[in-house]
Ligand binder design. Structure first.
Ligand code: NAP
Ligand code: MG
Length: 404
């Protein structure tokens, strides 16, 4: 069988611990035997980030902007314990944060659904994708503990030194205070990424805030979305047969619970943080959640939603067999290959990505699963296998499909 050819390379960002091991296994067992893989490789493993003073992360992100598609392995975000473990020069920033800042993107998370795992919400037939605005609000807020009676104000200082003030609260005793912000530029980018991604998915876009209470702040989000939609996307949505729908966050929550899924739900930073965990948990497992960062100008970085699965890695290092679920990592690869295929007009590569995903789902439906899914699948015969055996079962299914 001749291998599928690629035109342009994609950016490949390697990572850490168990996911670094799975990364190579996925490539060796499921990608390179079938595809003449073209990637530009960037080693974002913590050792190499330290060695290059994190330049490697910047280089990978900048190259992603040029090539348009990247696939990323999970990486360690250093903390005090990692500083010691890896004897780091510095507590390097989260690679995902760095990449997000350079691509100015929005993160879209979608659960991988299989028939034999029922979401806890029984009406959900199709996955719900959460788009989380990944900039500002309480995540870059400024907070204060108030200890004595005082007047709290918002104070703006203009370049000419003139000020504008507005009272927040007259404290008669102790309390708490929070200041937060967002920028039009970031909200516009968020809106564009969401409209583009809805068109990509061919699914309705919902957007929710609390604009009845936050009449200026949240209302700005609502207005910007409405403007961008009217000016840039209304026609394309009509052509694609999809709709844009704005509603209050509490109404959205109630509607989502009664929906059959198959929607893209755009959320402000905090709402998206909470709701993506809710959707992941309701669908079974973090190991079955994909994630893609999309920039407002249409650059894509695919990854798994989970981390480096440290506990499994230490078992692996001791020589024990591990049953880590490679689905999210595999879907990161298929997502990136399909996007590369779309951009380069390569029908056989797109078909390969579809077939590989279908084969992996079929293996789970046949009852061959990794340990994390053991108690979730509703099948009479379930066989728990290790990661390599799972990937080999997918390869066998893929080869069988290709021959039939
Ligand atoms: P994690 O790696 O996602 O793992 C948390 C737990 O979830 C695991 O211990 C495991 O449970 C289960 N799990 C996650 N993925 C799984 C999979 N594919 N198959 C089976 N079980 C899976 O999160 P963490 O332990 O909080 O973080 C570990 C490291 O990852 C940290 O250094 C963190 O900085 C990094 N991280 C990176 C990213 C990223 O690059 N996008 C995201 C999050 C965290 P059991 O142990 O019970 O089996
Ligand atoms: Mg969260």
């Amino acid at each position: 069988m001749s291998k599928i050819k690629m035109k342009n390379p994609l950016v490949e960002m390697d990572g850490d611990e168990m996911t670094r091991i799975i990364w190579k296994q996925v490539k060796d067992i499921l990608i390179t035997p079938f595809v003449d893989l073209k990637t530009e490789y960037f080693d974002l493993g913590l050792k190499n980030r330290d060695l290059t003073n994190d330049q490697i992360t910047l280089d990978a992100a900048i190259r992603t902007r040029e090539l348009g598609v990247a696939v990323k392995c999970a990486t360690i975000t250093p903390n005090a314990q990692r500083m010691e473990e890896y004897r780091l020069k510095k507590m390097w920033k989260s690679p995902n944060g760095t990449i997000r800042a350079i691509l100015d993107g929005t993160v879209f998370r979608t659960p991988i659904l299989v028939d034999c795992i029922q979401p806890f919400v029984s009406t959900w037939r199709q996955p719900i994708t959460i788009a989380r605005h990944a900039y500002g609000d309480i995540y870059s807020g400024s907070e204060m503990l108030i200890e004595e009676p005082c007047t709290a104000e918002l104070v703006l200082t203009r370049p000419d030194g003139s000020v504008r003030r507005q009272q927040i609260h007259q404290f008669n005793g102790p309390g708490v205070l929070l200041g937060m912000h967002n920028t039009d530029q970031s909200i516009i980018g968020f809106a564009r990424s969401c409209f583009k991604y809805a068109l990509d998915l061919g699914q309705d876009l919902w957007f929710s805030t609390k604009d009845t209470i936050s009449k200026t702040y949240d209302h700005r989000f609502k207005d910007i979305f409405a403007e961008i939609f009217a000016q840039e996307f209304q026609e394309d949505f009509k052509k694609a047969g999809i709709t844009y729908f704005y509603t209050l966050i509490d109404d959205a929550v109630a509607r989502v619970m009664r929906s059959s899924g198959g929607i893209l739900w755009a959320c402000k930073n905090y709402d998206g943080d909470v709701m993506s965990d809710m959707v992941a948990a309701a669908c079974g497992s973090l190991a079955m959640m994909t994630s893609v960062l999309v920039s407002p100008d249409g650059k894509y970085e695919y990854e798994a939603a989970h981390g480096t699965v440290t506990r499994h890695y230490y078992r692996y290092l001791k020589g024990e067999s591990t049953s880590t679920n490679p689905m999210a990592t595999l879907f990161a690869w298929t997502g990136a290959l399909r996007k590369r295929a779309e951009m380069d007009d390569l029908a056989d590569l797109a078909l390969f990505a579809d077939r590989l995903q279908a084969a992996s789902l079929a293996v789970i439906e046949a009852g061959v699963v990794t340990g994390d899914l053991k108690n979730l699948v509703r099948l009479r015969d379930v066989r728990v296998v290790d990661t390599v055996d799972f990937l080999e079962a997918v390869a066998a299914c893929l080869t069988r499909d290709a021959q039939s």
